[in-house]
Design a protein around this ligand. Sequence first.
Ligand SMILES: Cc1cc2nc3c(=O)[nH]c(=O)nc-3n(C[C@H](O)[C@H](O)[C@H](O)COP(=O)(O)OP(=O)(O)OC[C@H]3O[C@@H](n4cnc5c(N)ncnc54)[C@H](O)[C@@H]3O)c2cc1C
Length: 369
Amino acid sequence: MRGRDAIIIGGGFYGLRIALHLRQKLGFRSVLVLEREPQVMQRASYVNQARVHNGYHYPRSILTAYRSRVNLPYFLTEFADAIVDNFDHYYAIASRLSRTNGRQFELFCDRIGATYEPAEPRAMNWFNPQMVESVYLVTEPAFNSVTLRSILLDRIAAVGGISVSTSDEAFHVEQAGSALSVHSSTGIHKAEVVISATYSRLNDLHRSSQVAVIPVQHELTEMALVELESPFAESGITVMDGPFFSLMPYPDRGMHTLSHVRYTPHHRWRESGTEPFSPRPSTELESLPEKSRFREMYADVLRYVPALATMRQVDSLWEVKTVLTKSDKDDSRPILFKPDHGLKNLTTIMGGKLDNVYDVLDELSSYYA
Ligand SMILES: Cc1cc2nc3c(=O)[nH]c(=O)nc-3n(C[C@H](O)[C@H](O)[C@H](O)COP(=O)(O)OP(=O)(O)OC[C@H]3O[C@@H](n4cnc5c(N)ncnc54)[C@H](O)[C@@H]3O)c2cc1C
């Protein structure tokens, strides 16, 4: 496929990183990235928990945990300037309702080769001993998504041959002889290869292009942006493994995100193409719930870590989170890679988390080499 042109629909982390891969590794002549927002990386690649996964989060899916371990070093090396590791990250195991216990968590970490150590007494004392059975200090950094965007845009400018067109929505894709044409806000664009990296909106494009809907599950999510006092300001806390909370540094705003398995999703819905009505991710984001769920999250946090009472909500971040339907049960994050999806050379991809990008790049290399 050397010397070909490609259009990538979606200028999130995936779309930009794939554009570089097509140009630098797969010899594509030119790549056009279409992004509907006025700026790239404004959607899920900005609104997320900023965790560079090292596997700990997935005790129910050994494959996802293992792939996180494999991909982490690549991500840390490639995006070193965006990595934030100046905080202590604790994973606490809840004594009730957790699907794992301390011993199982240790065995799981040993199995995937992820380091951990018992939290020091100072940190242990933060937790309510009736609610938490064990606490571990782990190695799992965060990323700054704005720095990530700068790194990618600088590389795109340096490589050449990649145009990024913002405020440019792709409406549909159709066959045009041996090529594909993409109808967008700025006109009709043609290329041999089209890659859809539209994340939560993947099926909007599939519907308008009259190709099959891919079964996914969406959640309208709210993460509270909170200010914490020391020593929590220099820490991350994740309570495992069930309906608990997580506090992660959110480097771009110099605060933390507070998310909660029970309260962060305001509602969830499946999209399989067979429902009589399926809400569109775009319309859900345009009509947000009036009420933040911060109070509910906060009340639950205090049951586990009473000293977090001084936490203050500053804002909330909203986004539609999309996972493959099969991820529902085991909380896994496999990639979606669908080449020739309904149209020859239309490839739809979706990565459940940022570091999965390397699995997607491997698939692209095999397919378009
Ligand atoms: C609440 C939440 C927390 C998360 N936490 C983490 C975490 O801690 N760590 C982690 O690794 N991952 C996390 N994730 C997952 C991660 O954010 C996503 O896997 C990743 O951002 C997906 O990147 P993307 O480029 O595919 O999606 P996006 O960044 O959403 O990019 C898709 C782009 O396509 C554009 N687009 C859509 N349709 C069209 C169209 N028709 N025409 C033109 N442009 C279009 C959109 O505007 C968007 O910019 C989280 C996600 C959410 C929602």
